[in-house]
Every structure is written in structure tokens, then in C-alpha cells.
Ligand binder design. Structure first.
Ligand SMILES: NC(=O)C1=CN([C@@H]2O[C@H](COP(=O)(O)OP(=O)(O)OC[C@H]3O[C@@H](n4cnc5c(N)ncnc54)[C@H](OP(=O)(O)O)[C@@H]3O)[C@@H](O)[C@H]2O)[C@@H](O)CC1
Ligand SMILES: Nc1ncnc2c1ncn2[C@@H]1O[C@H](COP(=O)(O)OP(=O)(O)O)[C@@H](O)[C@H]1O
Ligand SMILES: [K+]
Length: 461
């Protein structure tokens, strides 16, 4: 996994003070990493338009123009006069080289956006908005320097932002790149070193971006085993029985030795799933909430108080009953609307989904601080997993998963690992990665995935 930081100004400052690196040197590395990327990946392109603002993000762009001058047809567009001392210095250098400054935007082969970086400190004015809209309308290959202009430090987009194919971010990953909103603007993200290796530049962090290698699939190492060695998951089915059946099916395919669906009515289940009317004696984990609908409170309360691992989802986030279990080591997997209800029920905040989506990295830690034993997975374009002080982001998911039933598969995967003896956080990290990797591997189109297709891909991981 890679570290994520809320801000990097202090890391730049640490570089000056601790390693005696100058701002000029850091900037040279920032620009040369973009130059190397272009030389290595787009050597056949001809025209490059670099659009610069008045601060140091603009200075990165002016530096880049110097590095690429002659090898490519480089044109600089200065949206405002160089303001910071570094911008002015870099500008004097390109003046000496007689690099062309233009006043009209055009559809170059590559556009590099160096308008605003981490210094965006107010809403965009009309001129910047129009400029970004024009750049977005071009079919050029688009590179954002540090962060797409228009995304602020909280990962919010107020009017418009540059729609990058790739963001080359300086020094370290920033939280703002991983808001759900940012996902439509950042493209692929790569980190550029700033004169020292990343592990030297970075300090401690409690936020991490998950990699595929963090997925610890439930491969079986023990030869002397039997079905009981891999746990027994009970999935509680409610009025929308399909949800429970999808979860149970996912769980069985993900390695749980036994899976039973708990339901008072007799169900027509696939042959490998069992049915029970009450929680099984030997159950090692419970998945509950998916499609639950109306239910008998006392019965659910009894189930929630069973001393086994639990994953709770969906309808239970609208019931005060949930507040009774938040001091347990449990897993909760709300989508944004369910999380807003949960925040309200546990008196943390009374907010609308839009407010949450604009501030996911604010409200998730608030919840985890109050309930350190709970492992929370907040669904979304970038899934956030949080336990106690630590937070993990899974950015592998895509719109392929925007379908009823995707969340039920996820509950089943988490329940399966809980039943097999994983702890809450490990279950959630591996299940979430498996869920998104399976979706990524689905090779048809991005609108047709069924829960059964997702489970089929899980089988191939
Ligand atoms: N520090 C280092 O060592 C390194 C820094 N690096 C680079 O520096 C970048 C940060 O630079 P930065 O701090 O100068 O801010 P930046 O993003 O250029 O924007 C500030 C300018 O924009 C203006 N402005 C802001 N909002 C606006 C708006 N809505 N509409 C209009 N104008 C607006 C603001 O104006 P002001 O508020 O002063 O009026 C100011 O002029 C960072 O992202 C990275 O790329 C790398 O080279 C690595 C080494
Ligand atoms: N655009 C998207 N990008 C990434 N993941 C997505 C996207 N849309 C949905 N998902 C994922 O799909 C799942 C949907 O779950 P949920 O909304 O609970 O559906 P359901 O309850 O119908 O099964 C979540 O894991 C969510 O993170
Ligand atoms: K930028």
C-alpha cells in the first residue's frame, strides 16, 4: 500500500530544511518527471501546449517548457502574469531561450495543465472556468501537473475541473485525488520524486491507498482439513430474499466451508447452500441487513448479540437498533445514503448525501473516532475503509459495479472471510479488493455485469 497525505507543503518544507534542497531543485525534478513521461510515452507527438497560472504550479509548467523545447513544438499559454518568485525566475529562463508564448488556445497533441495546484484557494472566476472548459473540449492527450486544476485540497470541484488522462502528482499522493468527485478528473495517477526517493520525502501517515498486493486471498495451505475448518456463515434473508441468496452464493464461492441462509419461509436455494430457520449452532459469522425489510426487532436484536463475527449492511442502517452494537468488533458496509442515516442515528451529524460526498474524508474519521472497534467500509467510486485511527482507500472499482446486487456480493465476500477466521479489517480489505478486481477482470462491456458474473470472476482470482 502507498501512503496518502492531506497536505504536502510541510513535506516540501522538510526537504528544504532537513535535506538542504532548494525550491528550484524540487521544481526541476517536478518538471523533469513530466518531461520524462512525455518523452517515454509520447515521443511521436509534435505539438505540446502548456497552460500556466501565476503560482508555482505555473512555474512547474514554465520549467517543463524549457526541458521539452526543440525536441517538441512547445507553446506556452500564460493565463496570468507570473506572480511567485519561482514563476518569475523560470519565466526569465524561457525568455532567454525564446520559447513561444501564445495568446490563443489550440488543440495541441498534448496539453499540460499547470494552472492551479495545491494553492487553489477560492472558487474559479469566469475566465478560469472558460479556459478549463475550452481545454476539456479538445481531443488532446491531457496531463495534469500535480492535481487537475479546479479540484481543491478537499477533493471538491465547485464548477469545473480539468479532465486529465493522467495526473503526475508531486512528491506524494494527496487525499484530494481520491474523493469520489475527483475520480472523473484525475485519470491515471503517478507520483513524481522531488530530488529524493519517495520513502525519504514521506513521513508517517494514517491514510493508505490499497494495492493489488494487499489482497490476501483465502488459499488453503493446510492439507489435513475438512469443511468445518473453513467456517460456517449464516446469511440472514429478509423480504428481498434475492439479496441474501446473492450474498450467500458469493460467500460459498469465496471459500466459506458451509453457508446457510437463515429464513423462516422455505426457500428454493441453489444446491450448495443450506437453509435454516434459526442461527446455526456452529455458525462462525453472520451477515445481516441485505434485503431485510420489515422484521421482528427482538429477533434481530438477539442475532446481533450473538458472540460471533458480524457484517451488517443495508436496511439496518435505518434502525436505531444499530446503535446498540457499535461497541462491538463488527463490520459495517453502508453506501452514502445509509451512512448519512447512520451518522444521524448515532448523533454525529445530520447531513445530506451531497454534503457527505463532498467531505467523505471528514465524516469517516469522525465516525471511527467515536466507534474505534467498528470496521467501516463506505461504498462509492473510491471505497474508504476505516478502523480506529487508520484509513484505507480502494480506488480499483468502476461504474461496472453500479448495479443492484453488487453490494450484496461484497457483504457475502466479507462474511465469508469472517467465517474463515480473518479479523474484521483483514476481511474487509481483502474482500473489497477481490470485489473490485473481479469487476476489473470482467471483459464484456461496462454495463452488463450481473452479480453472478461478478461471482464467476471471483472464482478466477
Ligand atoms: N513548494 C515546492 O517546493 C514545490 C511546489 N510545486 C508546485 O507548486 C504548486 C503549488 O504552488 P502554489 O502554492 O504557488 O500554488 P498554485 O497551485 O500555483 O496556485 C496559487 C496561485 O494561483 C492563484 N489562485 C488560487 N486560486 C485561484 C482562483 N480560484 N482563481 C484565480 N487564481 C487563483 C493564487 O493567487 P492569489 O491567491 O495569490 O491571489 C496564486 O497566484 C504545487 O501544486 C506544485 O505543482 C512543485 O514544483 C514541487 C515543489
Ligand atoms: N462507479 C463506481 N465505481 C466504483 N465502485 C462502484 C461504483 N458504483 C458502485 N460501486 C460499488 O458497488 C457496490 C454497490 O453496493 P450497493 O449500493 O450496496 O448495492 P446493492 O445494495 O444493490 O447490492 C459498492 O461496493 C460500491 O462501492
Ligand atoms: K494543475
Amino acid at each position: 500500500m502507498q501512503k496518502i497525505f492531506d497536505e504536502v507543503n510541510s513535506l516540501d518544507k522538510r526537504c528544504y530544511e532537513k535535506f538542504l534542497l532548494s525550491e528550484d531543485l524540487l521544481m526541476e525534478h517536478a518538471a523533469s518527471s513530466i518531461a520524462s513521461y512525455i518523452r517515454e510515452n509520447h515521443s511521436s507527438c509534435k505539438s505540446i501546449l502548456i497552460v500556466c497560472g501565476s503560482g508555482n504550479n505555473g512555474a512547474d509548467g514554465i520549467t517543463l517548457a524549457r526541458l521539452l523545447h526543440k525536441k517538441f513544438d512547445v507553446k506556452l499559454y500564460l493565463a496570468s502574469n507570473p506572480k511567485s518568485s519561482m514563476t518569475q525566475l523560470q519565466f526569465q529562463r524561457v525568455e532567454a531561450l525564446k520559447i513561444e508564448i501564445i495568446n490563443e488556445l489550440f488543440e495541441a497533441d498534448i496539453i499540460v495543465d499547470c494552472l492551479f495546484g495545491t494553492g487553489l484557494n477560492k472558487p474559479l472566476d469566469e475566465k478560469s472556468t472558460n479556459l478549463i472548459n475550452t481545454l476539456n473540449s479538445y481531443n488532446s492527450f491531457k496531463i495534469a501537473c500535480d492535481i487537475p486544476s479546479g479540484i481543491n485540497n478537499l477533493g471538491q470541484v465547485q464548477s469545473v475541473a480539468f479532465e486529465a488522462d493522467i495526473t503526475i502528482t508531486m512528491g506524494a499522493l494527496k487525499t484530494s485525488l481520491f474523493s469520489d468527485v475527483s475520480k472523473d478528473y484525475v485519470g491515471k495517477i503517478i507520483v513524481a520524486d522531488l530530488g529524493v526517493e519517495r520513502e525519504v520525502y514521506e513521513v508517517e501517515s494514517n491514510k493508505f491507498l490499497l494495492d493489488e498486493s494487499d489482497m490476501n486471498l483465502p488459499f488453503r495451505n493446510k492439507k489435513n482439513s475438512h469443511k468445518g475448518s473453513f467456517g460456517h456463515l449464516n446469511v440472514v434473508a429478509g423480504c428481498k430474499k434475492g439479496a441474501g441468496i446473492i450474498a450467500a452464493n458469493a460467500a460459498f464461492n469465496f471459500g466459506s466451508g458451509l453457508v446457510s441462509v437463515v429464513c423462516h419461509e422455505n426457500l428454493d436455494l441453489p444446491y450448495h447452500l443450506m437453509q435454516t430457520h434459526f442461527i446455526s449452532e456452529n455458525c462462525t459469522a453472520i451477515a445481516i441487513g441485505m434485503g431485510l425489510g420489515k422484521y421482528e426487532t427482538d429477533e434481530i436484536r438477539k442475532i446481533l448479540n450473538k458472540n460471533v463475527s458480524k457484517i451488517i449492511d443495508a436496511d439496518l442502517f435505518y434502525d436505531e437498533l444499530i446503535c446498540e452494537v457499535l461497541n462491538q468488533e463488527i463490520v459495517l458496509t453502508p453506501h452514502p445514503k445509509e451512512f448519512c442515516s447512520l451518522l444521524k442515528l448515532c448523533k454525529i451529524a445530520d447531513i445530506k448525501v451531497e454534503e457527505l460526498q463532498n467531505n467523505r474524508f471528514l465524516y469517516v474519521p469522525m465516525f471511527s473516532k467515536k466507534y474505534p472497534k467498528v470496521t467501516l467500509l463506505l461504498k462509492g467510486a473510491n471505497v474508504i475503509i476505516s478502523k480506529n485511527e487508520k484509513l484505507f482507500v480502494n480506488s480499483f472499482g468502476s461504474a461496472v459495479l453500479s448495479k443492484g446486487g453488487s453490494g450484496d456480493v461484497l457483504s457475502g465476500l466479507i462474511g465469508s472471510l469472517l467465517a474463515q477466521g480473518y479479523d474484521c479489517l483483514d476481511s474487509v480489505i481483502t474482500a473489497s479488493l477481490a470485489h473490485t478486481m473481479a469487476a476489473k477482470n470482467y471483459d464484456k462491456n461496462n454495463y452488463s455485469l450481473l452479480p453472478t458474473d461478478l461471482i464467476e470472476e471471483i472464482r478466477k482470482l
